[in-house]
Design a protein around this ligand. Structure first.
Ligand code: PMP
Length: 425
């Protein structure tokens, strides 16, 4: 097969006609597939079925002998903070264990920063004329939506395969109105990349115009390996402390995709000053988290080995789905040279770059064929992908058979959209 760009006009027309026929045939099959959100499948949630019976009637005392049913303990149980200390890369006293959503913790940190200011800052962020956060792209749409809903401007910076373009980040961070950067440093959503040691070091060391600059280190996929190649992410808290910027990072993680997406535990880890600041603010908002759920997690996961063994069960369920997408895209698109896609070592997504100017068309063609994809542009702030080429594929939720079908649809629509671009007028 020839690359699309080298095909004769006749060959292109013939290919286009074949693809249109295939697309029409698909439409008549009435498929109803959904690859929009990175949700765990029912089988993945079943892995935590045993948790629903925990901690069990009568088992509500913490290691310290306190009653987990009652109010209090805003920082979270010491035993659950100890269990997750290696995951977060911080000692238990620098960890807060909260309720079920790390996104909610990110929301609260930004709201508290806006209303009260943060350690090292001169005033509440809301008192600044305008503030921005650097947003590596492609990125996570809920980071964008959260920032925008609070009136925070987003400045896109390209990811390089090992983290953001640091020349650009350093240039932007010198501006005092730039208050921070969003990072999904391991198996990024959606590119799958893990930040290199050099990138982490530069983030830690760089000069920032704002004395209260924050790295929002959303390590949502730290435990989500898909292979045995496990890129080691440098500890951002250590790197920043060594660089004399200990208050710069705030680390987030959760068990949403470890145990139960709607009933897991979220964590925040940061310097002692940041943890004190956070607890001071959070103590006004709540009299304490759901400690029974924290106890349930301790009983179920037990220790680091228990967490690792549980994650292997997830991997066994989802790695074949990632492999299926890669196989179909490789077989159907590889020869034509019209698309690139990631082969992630972990996380929840595959990112597909089609021909420039075709992402929205691919989504529309897929929709007509019965496959819902995340809208084109959602990987970029303000929904604006300047090249209109990046798509996020979320293969975890549908069954393996559905993922295979969906990948065929994606491949067909990607090729058809590229073909339309190349066809002579
Ligand atoms: N951060 C990232 C990068 C995510 O992909 C997700 C889930 N899609 C979240 C945060 C949400 O985490 P939580 O369930 O803990 O709110």
């Amino acid at each position: 097969m020839t690359a699309l760009a080298e095909m004769s006009a006749d060959a292109l027309r013939a290919l286009h006609a074949d693809l249109v026929r295939e697309h029409e045939a698909l439409k008549s099959r009435g498929l109803a597939l959904d690859m929009t959100r990175g949700k765990p499948s029912p089988e993945q949630l079943d892995l935590a079925a045993g948790m629903l019976a925990l901690p069990g009637n009568g088992d509500h005392f913490t290691e310290a002998g306190e009653d987990a049913r009652n109010y209090g303990g805003n920082q979270g149980l010491p035993e659950v903070r100890a269990l997750f200390a290696p995951v977060l890369g911080a000692p238990p006293q620098q960890i807060v264990a909260g309720n079920n959503s790390s996104l909610a913790l990110m929301h609260d940190v930004l709201v508290y920063a806006l209303l009260h200011g943060v350690p090292g800052g001169e005033r509440p962020w809301v008192k600044e004329e305008a503030i921005s956060l650097i947003s590596p792209v492609p990125g996570y749409d809920r980071h964008f939506a959260l920032s925008q809903s609070l009136g925070i401007k987003l400045i896109p910076v390209a990811l390089t395969g090992e983290g953001p373009d640091m020349d650009e980040v350093e240039r932007l961070a010198a501006d005092p109105s730039v208050k921070g950067i969003w990072c999904v440093p391991q198996y990024a959503n959606p590119s799958g990349e893990t930040y290199s040691d050099a990138v982490v070091a530069r983030l830690a060391q760089m000069w920032t115009g704002a004395s209260d600059f924050r790295i929002l280190w959303d390590n949502a996929y730290v435990l989500h390996h898909l292979t045995d190649a496990r890129p080691q992410l440098r500890n951002v808290l250590d790197a920043c402390a060594e660089a004399g910027h200990g208050d710069r990072p705030v680390v987030f993680a959760s068990t949403s995709k470890v145990t139960l997406a709607g009933a897991g535990l979220a964590f925040l880890a940061a310097s002692p000053a940041n943890v004190g600041w956070y607890l001071g603010c959070a103590g006004k908002r709540s009299i304490g988290p759901d400690k029974l759920n924290q106890l349930r997690h301790v009983r179920f996961l037990r220790d680091t080995a228990g967490i690792g063994a549980h994650m292997e069960k997830h991997r066994a369920l989802i790695a074949p789905k990632f492999a299926a997408v890669d196989e179909v895209l490789g077989r159907r698109l590889g020869p034509y040279g019209v698309a690139r896609w990631s082969k992630p070592l972990g996380g929840y997504f595959i990112v597909l770059d089609g021909a420039a100017g075709t992402a929205a068309r691919i989504v529309a063609l897929a929709k007509a064929a019965g496959l819902a994809l995340t809208p084109a542009g959602s990987t970029h702030p303000y929904g604006h992908d300047p090249d209109d080429r990046t798509l996020r594929i979320a293969p975890t939720y549908p069954s393996l058979a559905e993922v295979e079908q969906a990948a065929e649809v994606i491949a067909l629509c990607t090729l058809l959209a590229a073909c339309e671009k190349h066809l002579p007028a």
